[in-house]
Design a protein around this ligand. Structure first.
Ligand code: ADP
Ligand code: MG
Length: 561
């Protein structure tokens, strides 16, 4: 029915048979409900008193997490409008690294407020306009109230990391992690231009190894490879390492095609083996001649080659991941050589120390004091694997937060303080916004205030009561950083409490949330193609029932396909 338009009694079919179409209010409401439902899921996990989610995938693998991006990713949301919020969270994760839940919950609240406005007959276009001007103003206010922070103010940066870690299940290791994260971010920070720092968190490698306690996590001034030295006779420690990085095997290549070699006497077997041995020996000689004392290859090293390398006193590691090889190339300045005949002394990289160390039950190779010091590793330890995974996510978020703070040099106070302050300014400013757009701006402000209210709810306080207290406290100019003490329910100075967050996380979260909400508000027509039921590779949980509803006026006579 929906797929055709009556044109003077003649049905004109414009959509493929089986397509589902919803239009106007119905489409909008449907999408809004879905997006609000997604935001609702995250609400209970928001803030330091938020709960965790346990997610079980189709294979029975369990993830326990409080990380917004991970929850949404693992939930595999199917509704297209719900997916838009997932996208918003992903964008936030990439741009700011933290604040994913803030962006999604905010988007949900904007839509909830929009529902009210639509019920009062305010057109979505007006709402969109109001939201857009409001977010621009909010960003302006954020910039004007943010406080400076310097890369040398490690105490403040540690607080930034702690605030991010507050909502993660890393317990007593929080402060310990915060220090490591700040050291790591500062180690890889580089000056770009005159006085702007740049922190590429990709230069902080995170290596996970379960076993030990969270506080066995360590910062390594270099790169860690999860492999051991190949031969027991090789040195386990090489100082002033000259490193050959290879993407070539130290093995006798097996021929591509099956060949039969007929050997007539034991003598000729020996000759063949000797010849192979000679080839490998030559290869090792060649490497040694360049002055290399460490060989790290992506490919294999066979027994004979290992033996010769050991005799030369060379430390060798084989079957190293491509990504690790690339990191090593960047850090040590080595060139990755694919053909051993090309290896020259100038291709070698340098590190002060290459050493095999025992980590838990395993051995790992540490490359420290590389030529390019802008490369460090956080070796994450925890008793069991799920904990290691969550610790990694926690470190990622905290590291991103600290990186943001260093790069922008601006922070704000959390715990609802910044939202309350921005809300106050916007409410004042909205008085000058003409017409119905003003209502949309007011709705935006309410959505913003829903963030501290959610923090309060999760801590067991009455959200309305808290909001009233927040508002009245913020009417005092000198109390701009007052927010919620989630342990007492009192409104206290969050700045003094050290609950601080990077400006970028907030700017991005408000923008991403607004963008997702307005995208959804703009849709007034939804056309869904019929789900293919044959051989769909993935996620075809729904779609079974829709088939029967084919359009009544066209006899499905199998004409076109
Ligand atoms: P997101 O994914 O948005 O980062 P989180 O669950 O990490 O969500 O919660 C972040 C919120 O928790 C921020 O609003 C932050 O200000 C707040 N928060 C963090 N630590 C504290 C604290 N000690 N007291 C009050 N609020 C806090
Ligand atoms: Mg967070």
């Amino acid at each position: 029915m929906a797929s055709q338009i009556e044109n003077m009694g003649v049905p004109v079919i414009i959509l493929k048979e089986g397509s589902q179409r919803t239009t106007g209010r119905e489409a909008l409401r449907n999408n809004m409900m879905a997006a609000i439902a997604v935001a609702e899921i995250l609400k209970t996990t928001y803030g330091p008193k938020g709960m965790d989610k346990m997610l079980v995938d189709s294979l029975g693998d369990v993830t326990i997490t409080n990380d917004g991006a991970t929850i949404l990713d693992k939930m595999d949301i199917q509704h297209p409008a719900g997916k838009m919020l997932v996208q918003a969270a992903k964008g936030q994760d990439e741009e700011a690294g933290d604040g994913t839940k803030t962006s999604v919950i905010f988007a949900g609240e904007l839509l909830r407020q929009a529902e009210d406005l639509i019920d009062r007959n305010i057109h979505p276009t007006i709402i969109i306009q109001g939201y857009k001007t409001a977010v621009d103003k909010a960003v302006e206010v954020l910039n004007s109230i943010a406080e400076p922070v310097s890369i040398d103010d490690t105490e403040k940066l540690i607080k930034v990391a702690m605030t991010s870690l507050n909502s993660k299940a890393v317990g007593e290791a929080r402060e310990y992690f915060a220090k490591i994260v700040v050291d790591a971010a500062r180690a890889v920070a580089e000056m770009r231009g005159d006085k702007q720092y740049y922190v590429d968190i990709n230069n902080v490698q995170i290596v996970k190894k379960h076993g030990g306690a969270l506080t066995d996590t360590q910062l390594v001034n270099g790169i860690v490879i999860d492999k051991e030295v190949v031969h027991p006779d090789m040195p386990k420690r090489v100082e002033k390492a000259r490193i050959a990085l290879l993407d070539a095997p130290l093995e006798i290549q097996k021929p591509e095609i099956d060949m039969e070699i007929s050997i007539s006497s034991p003598d000729s077997i020996k000759r063949l083996l000797d010849k192979q041995e000679k080839i490998l020996q030559d290869k090792v000689e060649k490497i040694a001649a360049t002055g290399a004392n460490v060989v790290i290859t992506q490919k294999g090293i066979d027994d004979i080659a290992q033996h010769f390398l050991a005799k030369k006193g060379i430390l060798a590691v084989r079957r190293v991941k491509r990504s690790d090889i690339e990191k090593l190339a960047k850090a040590t300045g080595a060139k990755i050589v694919t053909n051993l005949d090309d290896l020259k002394p100038e291709d070698l990289g340098y590190a002060d120390l290459v050493e095999e160390r025992k980590v838990g039950e395993d051995k790992m190779v540490f490359i420290e004091g590389a030529k390019n010091p802008k490369s460090v590793t956080i070796l994450v330890r925890a008793g069991f694997e799920r904990m290691v995974d969550e610790a990694e996510r926690a470190i990622h978020d905290a590291l991103s937060s600290v990186a943001d703070a260093i790069m922008d040099g601006k922070i704000v106070a959390g715990g609802g303080a910044v939202e309350a302050e921005v809300a106050k300014s916007l409410r004042e400013w909205s008085k000058g916004v003409p017409g119905k757009v003003q209502l949309a701006v007011e709705a935006f402000v309410k959505a913003l205030e829903a963030l501290p209210q959610t923090l309060a709810t999760n801590a067991g306080y009455d959200p309305i009561d808290i909001l009233m207290k927040l508002r009245s406290t913020h009417s005092d100019q000198s109390k701009k950083w007052y927010g919620i003490d989630l342990n007492t329910g009192n409104i206290v100075d969050m700045w003094a409490k050290g609950v601080v967050e990077p400006l970028r996380v907030k700017v991005n979260a408000y923008k991403a949330g607004t963008e997702a909400a307005t995208l959804i508000l703009r849709i007034d027509d939804m056309v869904a193609a019929k789900r293919s039921t044959t051989g769909g590779p993935s996620g075809k949980k729904e779609g079974g029932k829709e088939e029967e509803e084919s359009s009544p006026s066209t006899s499905s006579s199998g004409s076109s396909d």
